[in-house]
Design a protein around this ligand. Structure first.
Ligand code: DOR
Ligand code: ZN
Length: 344
């Protein structure tokens, strides 16, 4: 097979930042995807409908002319999110979910939730108005090994949330472990998960073997090979609980190549090509369209897209970097060859 035509996909987990960074990255996403769920972890975080609508206007403004890309906005849950905030979000046509960051779990999560149980009344309202909850599933306990943080979160918090809110739609974002995959498989259909390209393509050797490679450092951190195999199996299974969410998270190269580098992989420039490479590894290119173009839309109760895009078998070299203002972002697999190319 040397051409693959799909209904145009959507990205169900994306960071585009603001200012110059937004201007530098948004065209990449808009050239591949019809829509994307935009993460709210700006500084300060996007916590109200008004802020989200302003942020949405900035994104639309930054788009190249003649693109019909639709940013789907989310609100950042804090300890002080009110029931009123939830009700307002539910009636806004542009707000599609709330994001739960355990406080301190990742980039710009300081204002996140200190104790998930304490916000159960808010989750109850979300369940009533039927707006999805997106979860960064990691405990933040410093004593917990960083490679175990997702697994422990699943056992200690996620299970309880799923049990207590049987009608709340939940996305376990960027799953990275076999345990999280198994949990989603065993949960009711209202529990789904996104999977990133980096967690499908790499195991933790990519970060640590033969030198430290900061551009492979993201959170949740990339795990052992058997976890990657479990993720690949889930993504290519045709099970609609698993769908595409790149978690493309740009940082300036200097902020990553640093004595304390930031978490996040930049993949938006070739997201579909990266997924195609992963699916091809297990001879499952026929399963890419469901994962990339159908299951997320169905979960969010949005219409499926109707236009198509085509990937062609073609080698091309990923640039070493992309320019942002006077600085750069280093993409995932910088300088390496990809064997699929989006041609329209
Ligand atoms: O690696 C990550 N980067 N994980 C996250 O959860 C946040 C993201 C970011 O915003 O940079
Ligand atoms: Zn993210």
């Amino acid at each position: 097979m040397d051409k693959l035509t799909l209904i145009q996909p959507d990205d169900w987990h994306l960071h585009v930042r603001n200012g110059e960074m937004l201007k530098a990255v948004i065209a990449h996403t808009a050239s591949q995807f019809a829509r994307a769920i935009i993460m709210p972890n700006l500084k300060p975080p996007v916590t109200t409908v008004e802020q989200a609508l302003n942020y949405r206007s900035d994104i639309v403004q930054a788009l190249p002319n003649h693109t019909s890309f639709n940013p789907l906005m989310t609100l950042y849950l804090t300890d002080t999110t009110s029931k009123d905030d939830v009700k307002k979000a539910a009636v806004s046509e542009h707000i599609h979910a709330f994001k739960l960051y355990p406080a301190g779990a990742t980039t710009n999560s300081d204002s996140g939730v200190s104790n998930p149980k304490a916000i159960y009344p808010i989750l109850e309202t979300m369940e009533q108005v039927d707006i999805p909850l997106l979860i960064h599933g990691e405990v933040t306990d410093n004593e917990c090994d960083i490679f175990d943080r997702e697994k422990i979160f699943v056992e200690s918090s996620l299970n309880d949330i799923v049990q207590n809110f049987p009608n709340l739609r939940i996305v376990v974002e960027h799953v990275t472990t076999k345990e999280a995959v198994d949990f989603v498989l065993a949960s009711p259909n209202k529990v789904a998960a996104t999977i990133t390209p980096q967690h499908l393509l790499f195991n933790r050797n990519a970060i640590l073997a033969g030198g430290i490679r900061p551009h492979y450092y993201c959170l949740p951190i990339i795990k052992r090979e058997h976890h990657r195999q479990a993720l690949l199996k889930a993504a290519t299974s045709g099970n609609p609980k698993f769908f595409l969410g790149t978690d493309s998270a740009p940082h300036l190269s200097g902020a990553k190549e640093n004595s304390c580098g930031c978490a996040g992989c930049y993949s938006a420039y070739a997201a579909l090509e990266l997924y195609a490479e992963a699916f091809e590894q297990v001879n499952a290119l026929d399963k890419l369209e469901g994962f990339a173009s159908f299951f997320g839309a169905d979960f969010y109760q949005l219409p499926r897209n109707t236009k198509t895009i085509t990937l062609q078998k073609q080698n091309w070299t990923i640039p070493d970097n992309y320019i942002v203002d006077n600085e750069t972002i280093t993409p995932l697999k910088a300088g390496e060859v990809l064997n699929w190319k989006l041609i329209n």
